[in-house]
Design a protein around this ligand. Structure first.
Ligand code: AMP
Ligand code: ZN
Length: 116
């Protein structure tokens, strides 16, 4: 598995840095964002290191599929029966600050303003 030793999400996935985990399996982990932007704000993170989607090969795409297919289960466990929003920031213009692929899962109130 790709591991970058100076990457905070690699280290969280490996259990080297504590996090408030809400879900974990062999391939992904989901934990609460330190700086929540909604009542529920969780990051769904592949354990393997990819900075962005562009770094992933066709084979790696299976991991994205697995993460997306697991989101509804994580959302249900967090009580998001009314819906939620997913955001995946990619690179500088999107304001990506942690360069390890992650899916923001936001909800717990009507999220209002939309950019798409
Ligand atoms: P992005 O701007 O898409 O790269 O988002 C990175 C997110 O990671 C931000 O929402 C941060 O609040 C969050 N974050 C950074 N470090 C941690 C950490 N150690 N535990 C939980 N969330 C974190
Ligand atoms: Zn990483």
């Amino acid at each position: 598995m790709k591991f970058k030793k100076d990457c905070i999400f690699c280290r969280i996935a490996a259990g080297e840095i504590p996090s408030d985990k809400v879900y974990e399996d062999e391939r992904i982990v989901a934990f609460k964002d330190l700086n929540p932007q909604a009542p529920v704000h969780v990051l769904v993170v592949p354990k393997a290191h990819f900075a962005t989607l562009a770094e992933m090969s066709g084979e790696d795409a299976e991991l994205v599929k697995h993460a997306l297919q697991t989101v509804p289960r994580i959302a249900a466990s967090l009580g998001l029966a009314n819906g939620y929003r997913l955001i995946v920031n990619q690179g500088e213009d999107a304001g990506q600050t942690v360069h390890h692929l992650h899916i923001h899962l936001l909800g717990g109130k009507p999220l209002g303003e939309k950019i798409v």
